[in-house]
Design a protein around this ligand. Structure first.
Ligand SMILES: *Cc1c(COP(=O)(O)O)cnc(C)c1O
Length: 231
């Protein structure tokens, strides 16, 4: 394989400009939205290129692939987020290597991450993934079951519940894209009224990040627009 890594600083700059424009449109401080560069299926060289260009936070979907890159780039001081579907037999590696997990959707996963988080590492920042219109089987807690799961996760000492995440089905048009993102924001506000102190909404990808920023995203997860197409 002779294909060069597809990352270019121009792509990263264009995504940051999109985020900034959307934040201004929403009357928000552009600094209140972080870019999570989704590096799944991208080589470590592409991540290194993005890091050289100033990007600090990266998201991975597959545990082994992610840990390999984390180890290859250990001296760079990057922050790694696990955003893939959580399998119970993979929680230990996630708890040991990542700083954030966006896809906690059941008690069993939360219990294992809490038990397996090493004490030298500090608490693991976690988001609960909520299912908003996806087909069953794709992960995420039903909105009706969210308060109880949030209560449970919030009570675990080695986890720090920071907020919510969703992956709605792709639709076109900003108006339609905003609907599930508004719903996720309302769910977060509802939890905060119940006494939680959540500050993170992980929503929006390459195709719909503007809609997400308009509805309050604090982390947008962007792969293709930063790194180019995946194989
Ligand atoms: C792949 C992926 C992304 C990034 O998707 P792009 O369309 O490439 O920006 C974001 N979030 C999750 C959970 C993903 O799996």
């Amino acid at each position: 394989m002779l294909t060069a890594p597809q990352f270019s600083p121009e792509k990263l700059a264009a995504v940051l400009a999109r985020i900034e424009a959307a934040a201004r449109r929403a009357g928000r401080d552009p600094g209140s939205v972080r870019l999570l560069a989704v590096s799944k299926q991208q080589p470590a060289e592409a991540v290194a290129g993005a890091a050289d260009a100033g990007q600090r936070e990266f998201g991975e979907n597959y545990v082994r692939e992610g840990v390999t890159k984390i180890e290859a780039l250990r001296d760079r001081g990057l922050t790694w987020h696990f955003i893939g579907q959580m399998q119970a037999n993979k929680t230990r590696e996630v708890a040991e290597h990542f700083q954030w997990v966006h896809t906690v959707d059941r008690e069993r996963i939360a219990t294992r991450l809490d038990a397996q988080r090493p004490h030298y590492a500090g608490p693991l920042d976690v988001l609960v993934q909520v299912r908003l219109g996806e087909e069953p089987g794709k992960g995420g807690v039903e909105p009706g079951d969210l308060p109880r799961l949030a209560e449970f996760v919030g009570g675990l000492p080695r986890l720090r519940l920071r907020g919510l995440m969703c992956i709605p089905p792709p639709v076109t048009g900003e108006g339609a894209q905003r609907v599930p993102f508004a719903r996720l924001r309302e769910l977060l506000e509802d939890l905060n009224r119940r006494g939680h102190r959540l500050d993170t909404l992980s929503m929006g990808m390459s195709a719909d990040l503007e809609a997400a920023v308009l509805e309050g995203a604090t982390i947008v997860r962007v792969g293709t627009a930063v790194f180019g197409p995946r194989d």
